[in-house]
Design a protein around this ligand. Structure first.
Ligand code: ATP
Length: 358
């Protein structure tokens, strides 16, 4: 069942259902001695209308998982169902159409097309899909990401944070079934990171947008509803309603010694054009590696796993809402309905409160 939100914003299907499912998903790059197993027999259930983070160190398979789930990378084996469609059964033309109509993409590098204006970059997915661009929708999304006053700017005239907010608007404009965001804050400073996560968080809470975000940063993952822990191409644990403390405890329990790269920045990955991002593998190279496997992901919802005596919960003070406050969190997933009136064209949006609720 679809719900129609104000301003024609559509959430597809009941919140909490799977928007993407992977069963027995494996991805091997290369063959024989050059073979690299990036994903091995992964089962994943991505809930609709929720914010899911995939947390893991460099090389754990985050990008590969997102690319497979988004239909950008063909799996070696396994099944992926995206918004009700088994994507392995689709021919290239239908797969491209499915991606354009139902998938939003955000990368670490903003991938804006330099020759297009901000407005043209935002509406690019709709133009590629030959879908109507509703000017009110464009203005609303531009308000949300604080770019309404810069719609005629070119990407070269934007800061890194502004450019990534445009990329975020581009992913949200078509109200896709799911947005995949691969390290979207990896090249941003802390203030821009906070703003971008606020926009993504609000898109989930206010619009029931399904979002899957890959990160190596526990602080970023702490903003999600669910965290999937990836190690060596395996999902080794899942946690609902994370906070920073619980995540750090879980990482400690999983054997993270602080040298795995989780929580540490990395070099920006360059992909030049959004159209290329829609159709081409990123082409990362890597060496084969040994792996330790667990047969079943750990579940930190198990109360036996949950209590951590001696650790007090630290507030994640960068957040616009205190999501880590259990009282506040219990209010989710109830959606706040009151909104501020539309903007006047200036970039006056409170980016810590991007959808304008009180
Ligand atoms: N196109 C490719 N060809 C060969 N190996 C690849 C390719 N893409 C990824 N790999 C390898 O697959 C493994 C998982 O890579 P992936 O990029 O998915 O990990 P990641 O967790 O996203 O890492 P990072 O955070 O550094 O981006 C790595 O060993 C990587 O080198």
């Amino acid at each position: 069942m679809s719900r129609r939100h104000p301003e024609g914003l559509v959430a597809h299907g009941p919140v909490g259902d799977a928007v993407v499912t992977a069963r027995n998903l494996s991805k091997i790059f290369g063959d024989e001695e050059q073979a690299v197993t990036a994903l091995e027999s992964v089962d994943a259930h991505i809930a609709r209308g929720r914010f899911t983070a995939v947390l893991g160190p460099s090389g754990s398979g985050k990008t590969t998982l997102l690319r497979c789930l988004a239909g950008l990378e063909p799996p070696t084996s396994g099944t992926i169902i995206l918004d009700g469609e088994e994507i392995s059964l689709l021919n290239q033309r239908r797969l491209t159409r499915l991606r354009r109509e139902r998938v939003g993409l955000i990368f670490q590098s903003h991938n804006l097309v330099p020759s297009l204006s901000v407005a043209e970059n935002i509406t690019l997915p709709l133009d590629l899909a030959r879908r109507h661009v509703d000017p009110a929708r464009l203005n609303r999304i531009a308000d949300v990401v604080g770019m309404r006053g810069r719609l005629d700017y070119r990407p070269a005239e934007l800061s890194a944070g502004q450019a990534q907010r445009v990329a975020c608007a581009r992913a949200l404009i078509g109200a896709p079934a799911v947005v995949f965001a691969d390290e979207p804050t990896g090249a941003l400073g802390s203030q821009d990171t906070t703003q971008l996560l606020g926009i993504l968080r609000a898109a989930v809470d206010e619009l029931e947008q399904s979002i899957v975000l890959a990160t190596h940063d526990a602080d970023v993952a702490a903003r999600a509803d669910t965290v999937i822990f990836l190690q060596d191409g395996n999902i080794v644990a899942e946690m609902n309603q994370p906070n920073r403390d619980r995540l750090l405890d879980a990482l400690h329990d999983l054997g993270d010694t602080g040298t795995s790269g989780i929580g540490v920045g990395r070099a920006e990955r360059e992909v030049s054009q959004v159209e290329e991002a829609w159709s081409q593998p990123l082409g990362a190279q890597g060496a084969p590696r040994s792996r330790s496997r667990s047969s079943r992901p750990r579940d930190w919802e198990d109360t036996g796993e949950r209590s951590r005596p001696g650790r007090s919960a630290r507030a994640y003070d960068a957040s616009p809402h205190d999501w880590d406050d259990p009282a506040d969190r219990s209010a989710r997933p109830g959606r706040r309905s009151s909104r501020a009136p539309g903007g006047d064209g200036a970039d006056s949006t409170d980016l810590n409160n991007p959808w304008g609720y009180q």
